[in-house]
Design a protein around this ligand. Structure first.
Ligand SMILES: [Mg+2]
Length: 171
């Protein structure tokens, strides 16, 4: 059985901004910006090769604290139909817990224990990738790769994730 990689969306597969937000800090790495309603979605060109490699090595799933419609919109922007169909599961905001200690009133927290039990996964074969340390703070270091929220604009972002995955799963 392949290890399971559970991906966050915003900050990992793309980055969502309000149209009015200052995006000037974005690095000059190849990317596309897609505007939908009030939002601009920053998508790295290399997300395609990243996902191709991920799907070839791991079972892939999604765990996002966005609402279902946003998750659907975002996945369409970065994944092929076939990739979306291959996803082990897609968990949206409804499957997060509200976080009373979180920085904002609507803050959420992700439970890997819940995911493993509900999806029948072995904890030692699961890694979650997220750009929000607060949301995954109850998850053991062995089971997570935490990125900085603006790291997606760094030139080696996806190589960094792939390397960290290899490293962490070989332990
Ligand atoms: Mg995120």
């Amino acid at each position: 059985m392949k290890p399971t990689v559970i991906l966050d969306i915003n900050g990992v597969l793309l980055k969502k901004f309000y149209n009015s937000e200052d995006k000037s800090y974005m690095a000059s790495i190849p990317h596309t910006c897609r505007k939908i309603d009030r939002f601009t979605y920053f998508i790295r060109d290399d997300v395609e090769s990243f996902l191709h490699e991920l799907f070839s090595k791991y079972d892939i799933a999604i765990y996002s604290s966005s609402t279902k419609p946003t998750v659907v919109t975002c996945l369409k922007l970065v994944m092929t139909k076939e990739q979306q169909q291959r996803l082990l599961f897609i968990l949206d905001r409804r499957f997060t817990l509200s976080d009373p200690e979180g920085p904002e009133a609507h803050s959420t927290i992700k439970s890997l224990e819940y995911v493993c039990i509900s999806q029948g996964l072995q904890l030692n074969q699961v890694i979650i990738i997220d750009d929000d340390a607060c949301k995954v703070r109850t998850i053991s270091d062995k089971n997570k790769i935490v990125l900085k929220s603006d790291q997606i604009t760094e030139s080696n972002f996806y190589d960094f994730i792939l390397e960290r995955l290899e490293e962490q799963l070989s332990r």
